[in-house]
Design a protein around this ligand. Sequence first.
Ligand SMILES: Nc1ncnc2c1ncn2[C@@H]1O[C@H](COP(=O)(O)OP(=O)(O)OP(=O)(O)O)[C@@H](O)[C@H]1O
Length: 334
Amino acid sequence: MNGTLIPDGASTPLLQLTQAGKQYRQGGRTVQALQDFDLALQPGEIVGLLGPNGSGKTTLVKLLTGLCGADHGQLRWRGGPPRPAGQGGAHLREIGVLLEGRGAAYERLSTLENARYFCELRESRFDPARFHHMAETLGLADVRAPIRLLSTGNKLRAALIGALIHRPALALLDEPTLGLDLEGVERLHELVRQGQREGQTFLISSHDLHFVERLCPRIVCIQQGRKRFDGPREAFTHVAHPYRLVVRHAAPCPPVPETLAGRAWERQEADWVLALSDPAEVMQVMQRWHDWLASSEQLQLRRVDLREHYLDHLTPLAPPDEARPAEAAQETLA
Ligand SMILES: Nc1ncnc2c1ncn2[C@@H]1O[C@H](COP(=O)(O)OP(=O)(O)OP(=O)(O)O)[C@@H](O)[C@H]1O
């Protein structure tokens, strides 16, 4: 797997969160931001945290950094005794955090002064060589200008340096690509990989699917405060039936060949859509229903992309007793 450090599943987790829960009050209403949330992070892992807006990602990051308390749940750090989740403690010095694309940056200071300041705050020695190497890796040239005068992308670079300068064992990066240009994203990749080579653990929350997919061997998906997926990237991106045959046709769809067990045409607006596994299945359907396909208004064959697959993962399943409209509408030509 591209030469990166593969965590040993049997080692003691750097961090272990169990059964964490957090509610907020919003006016007269209660919002369950996190529910029964378990998470173990191994040393040297890069984990991508995905979830729609309001799913609880930032709450999780805040809870791990003691910025918000938990209603219940426990946290262990380096296999130590369990403590109530969401509390402060000495371990916080070993954590670096970027929250909602912002982080450790006082805007009246320069990037250099800011990094020094945050090192002192965490009782860590400031290493000028590391600082200049980080600035160079991220492509930030003017490290002496006040941060408030920098562009949005460069403010983010300054905040990343402030968050990571003290070599935190765990880096929590919430939306680290917000406002970064393409080159900046590549450079951030490099910075994270360098950190991983030094044994750092990263939990990266982002809406940038391609960034997460390229960088993170493990994906955690959260929806409505609950964990919906936690596993290897390959399992997350694996699609059993990756091809979509999309047919625009006024006439009813034909029956699905028996060999495509369990699958059905789905009605998506004006189109009939069938999920297929491989080119052999595509050819089978095309040969069998040649005339129907040939008389269609439009015919398209495409592969499911990560975005679509991600939405499928996160779309709540319809209750079993609720017939899906496409299936209900399906008729046969036979
Ligand atoms: N301080 C707060 N007071 C009240 N409700 C809050 C507070 N912070 C978050 N929430 C609510 O908790 C839920 C989870 O929010 P959170 O910010 O953790 O989600 P998120 O996944 O980070 O969202 P986004 O992708 O939009 O940043 C949302 O319903 C949000 O409205």
